[in-house]
Design a protein around this ligand. Structure first.
Ligand code: CA
Length: 235
């Protein structure tokens, strides 16, 4: 992506917001496509080379969450939801359907650009790991995961993790930059998502943080999204 313009598709029915996004993105050097409803958005995704999609949830012809589900059946591209719906249940619905991130309107252009840069880093990391046959070692700041030996190191010192802590850390690491919902995590760790598992998840997360974070009240590596889930932050 370094040699090619990053193309962003904006699916938004509000003409003013669509124009604001398109103008700001063009000014930052991005290529921009726009669509004013879900049908045109999906058409554009299939026909054009789109790297990142910005998606409004309230569209005239279909709900944004059903668009996410449709896109995920043929593409893994980063989807950032930009919506006026601010309820946790809306965010969770979109993230569970496969969105990467969520921005609530009204938003600042600076924040939108920062979220896009996170998505770009995720694409770059994905390309790098696809190109690396072994894909055996994960690095992030002082944290290293050796997937082959199953060992985790912090500043070169090996950590003693329980099997659940290790799986939890690997899941977050493999999805670096993405917000993973409680349901997504418990589904992947325990294979189901009972309420009791969400409570267990908090306990395992606390013990994992004691091992990897210097200051557990200001975690560096794993960010909490209250009521939603967790995200591994690139250092
Ligand atoms: Ca709308």
């Amino acid at each position: 992506m370094a040699n090619r313009k990053c193309n962003i598709l904006v699916i938004e029915d509000d003409p003013q917001i669509r124009k604001l996004m398109a103008t700001s993105l063009t000014a930052e050097g991005y290529g921009v496509e726009t669509a004013y409803n879900g049908t045109h958005g999906l058409q554009s995704l299939r026909q054009n080379h789109v790297d990142i999609c910005l998606l409004d949830l309230g569209l005239p012809d279909m709900d944004g969450v059903s668009i996410i589900t449709k896109v995920r059946s043929f593409s893994n591209l980063p989807i950032i939801v930009v919506s006026a719906r601010s309820e946790d249940s809306d965010k969770i619905g979109a993230l569970d359907a496969g969105a990467d991130d969520y921005l609530t309107k009204p938003f600042s252009v600076e924040e939108l650009m920062a979220r896009i840069r996170v998505a770009q880093r995720r694409i770059a990391a994905q390309l790098q790991s696809d190109g690396n046959e072994e894909n055996a070692v994960f690095h992030n700041g002082d944290l290293t995961i050796d997937y082959v030996s199953g060992c985790v190191y912090l500043a070169g010192k090996e950590l003693q993790l329980t099997p659940i802590e290790y799986r939890l850390l690997c899941l977050l690491a493999r999805n670096e930059g993405r917000v993973l919902t409680h349901t997504y995590i418990t589904d992947h760790i325990w294979g189901n998502s009972l309420d009791s598992d969400v409570a267990s998840l908090r306990v395992f997360m606390a013990s994992l943080r004691k091992k990897i974070e210097k200051d557990t009240s200001h975690p560096r590596y794993i960010q909490t999204h209250v009521g939603i889930g967790y995200r591994m932050i690139k250092q």
